[in-house]
Ligand binder design. Structure first.
Ligand code: SF4
Length: 425
């Protein structure tokens, strides 16, 4: 007989305990409680945290789902390392006036016979992101070296904070001269995403990577991009730089600067991957960037359904049709196109969403689908979305995607153009 799954709970000080015998762990999908079918041992690098001013829920002896009363009433959630996908939310109920939770990917967690397990699946393993990283002193020395080389650069100043204080791996790469290097370019955006990590306008949650205040000049971007790609080439890599980082707004809004920056970088680095992470709101701007030398783009999508898309992005002046048109255009011009699907259990995995996502991906024939856990307070996000039908489960979504679109690479991380993007691991 399979070992029982028992909830983990916490007191306000963070002391965690396993719920009393008889209580059985469940997961949360949208606003529904569901039995948990897929668990894995908690991966190394997972963080456990309690959810303040919330009640932890579980299935009590007798069958119904209820708050687990006692000295440790708070729910515990797992925050997964990169390369893992959340399958279920931690079952919980906010108290009235509970503060909005910070932007993390809260995942269901439980105890199985003394072992901590999480409702998750591994979705990628790519050494530049999941392997060992250089130590702190090596990173600090690399930051200091580029600061000496470009002492007045706004890009270097921004990336120094990102690399050292926010542990942004792409920013760190720019200093280390390896793999995908960040080139943050935009201080503005034409959306107001519920889960934006650089600017939270109304949730009350802190933005984990506060948005850059001053947009850099073309010269500043060229200097840093050229420096990164030259060091990559000296190390035997083709090199990769990307616009559109966690600390900025939307790079397509800086088309007038990024077109000449791209053309200049492409002139000196013909083999490089010049990539843009984008909301794909402006098909014409993306086309001109690709024509200038951008050869890879990652388009973030919450849903291909206009009302869900609009509820999440709160876009100004564009809709999902422009996003789809951008993907089509970039692919037709020969760029690598990846879709970054921001997943949320109970939304992304409803039958209608699964069918629509598969239809659109099939029509666009994108190179890779990235399955990302959407960070944010689950209840705060759900309060802003329409009611949806019961989901089939995130595991079933992954199964249907891989079976129904056999040529599609599924993972988490963007590869350089020409790099092998494996199917789901
Ligand atoms: S499109 Fe990007 S930068 Fe703009 S609000 Fe959304 S997450 Fe933030």
């Amino acid at each position: 007989m399979a070992a029982a799954l028992r909830p983990l709970l916490s007191d306000p000080s963070g002391e965690m305990v396993v719920a009393p015998p008889g209580w059985e762990a469940v997961g949360q999908s949208g606003r529904r409680w569901v039995d948990v079918e897929r668990w894995i041992p908690m991966p190394r690098g997972t963080t456990l945290m309690h959810l303040p001013r919330r009640l932890g829920l579980a299935r009590r002896p007798g069958g119904e789902v209820a708050a687990v009363a006692g000295s440790h009433p708070l729910p515990v959630a797992a925050v997964l390392p990169v390369g893992y996908l959340r399958l279920l939310l931690p079952p919980h109920r906010p108290e009235p006036m509970a503060p909005t939770l910070p932007l993390y990917g809260y995942t269901a967690v439980a105890d199985r016979d003394g072992e901590v397990v999480v409702a998750a699946a591994r979705t990628d393993d790519y050494p530049p992101w999941t392997g060992r990283r250089p130590g702190r002193s090596q990173l600090a020395a690399a930051v200091a070296a580029l600061q000496r080389e470009l002492p007045r650069s706004a890009v270097v100043a921004q990336l120094s904070v990102c690399a050292l204080e926010h542990n942004c791996l792409t920013a760190q790469n720019t200093f280390l001269g390896h793999h995908e290097g960040a080139l943050p370019s935009s201080a503005a955006c034409n959306a107001d995403c519920l889960g934006c990590i650089s600017l939270q306008t109304d949730s009350g949650a802190p933005a984990p990577q506060p948005r850059m205040r001053r947009a850099p000049t073309a010269q500043e971007l060229i200097e840093v991009g050229h420096s990164h790609l030259s060091r990559c080439e000296a190390a035997g890599e083709a090199g990769m730089v990307s616009f559109g980082q966690g600390c900025e707004g939307e790079p397509l809004l800086r088309e007038r600067v990024l077109v000449p920056v791209t053309a200049e970088l492409r002139r000196h680095h013909p083999g490089a991957t010049i990539h843009v992470n984008t909301n794909a709101s402006r098909p014409g701007a993306l086309r001109r960037l690709v024509e200038a030398g951008v050869n890879s783009c990652r388009i973030s999508v919450f849903s291909f359904r206009q009302d869900l898309f609009a509820a999440y992005y709160r876009p100004r002046g564009y809709g999902i049709d422009q996003v789809i048109q951008s993907a089509r255009l970039a692919a037709s011009l020969g760029a690598q196109v990846t879709v970054n699907l921001l997943t949320f259990p109970g939304v992304t995995d409803t039958p209608s969403e699964v069918a629509l996502t598969m239809d659109v991906l099939r029509e666009l024939s994108v190179d890779q689908l990235q399955l990302r856990t959407l960070n944010g307070d689950p209840s705060w996000i759900l309060d802003r979305l329409p009611q949806l039908e019961p989901a089939v489960g995130m595991g079933e979504l992954v199964t249907q995607l891989t079976r129904g679109l056999p040529g599609l690479a599924v993972g988490n991380f963007t590869r350089p153009v020409g790099g092998v993007a494996p199917a789901l691991c």
